[in-house]
Design a protein around this ligand. Sequence first.
Ligand code: DGL
Length: 280
Amino acid sequence: MTHASDNAAGSIGIFDSGYGGLTILRQIRQYLPEYDYIYLGDNARAPYGPRSFEVVYAYTLQAVEALYRRGCNLVILACNTASAKALRTIQENDLPRWGGAKRVLGVIRPTVEALGDITRTRHVGLLATPGTVGSRSYELELQKLYGDIRLTSVACPMWVALVEYGEFDSPGADYFIRKRIETVMRKDPEVDTLILGCTHFPLLMEKITKYTPPGVRLVPQGEYVARSLAAYLGRHAQMRARCTTGGTCRFLTTESAETFRRTASIFLHKQVKEVEKIEL
Ligand code: DGL
């Protein structure tokens, strides 16, 4: 199936397994408010973190293609697990079927690029899903860019669930958040920078900050991904011309539209109106 004739301009697609990508969307819209966006959360199948490579790849491809079919030419995987387990394969194996006119970008590379200027001790901690940690994608990107940075990774299997199931503010969340931060600091007390390597984690920021030792800098990804997208569009005039500029944002979810509308409004600090439930 080729879609080479499909050259029309469209919205920028932002995909996550659930609500986490909203933290990326928020920053991208601050940097690039002029573009149109379609956000897709696969809430019905979140979390992706514990799933195998094959399953994360299959789910992510379905989501990316759903966004392409809705006119997007550029899709951002606003999800580390999908970026770690599916990005490369989609870029290499699946994009050619779309006639070479579509692109997909991830969130790991822009985050790693930013680290060089942030850490002073060159000891960095990574908090992420089991899928992202197991993929070793951060280590591989770090080796390419900064051979002198030592990474200590800790999987946080419960954190995405705390967000997806509305427990982000509950006293129970404190236990799981504190435990994982203490684990990183125990493994490497010289860590001065903690990457929040899952786009859901900024939604737990209040509690994460509470248990992070003073002097350790937290690195959420939204700002770096937004800056990197702005630079990408600056370098690629052809793609820029294929992104429409009406300043709108539509929301799609694979779960209940009403639940998404309510929860996303809390996370975005503003009323989300148009939400459509879709099947992948
Ligand atoms: N926001 C996704 C990430 O950045 C969460 C993955 C999940 O669904 O477990 O990894």
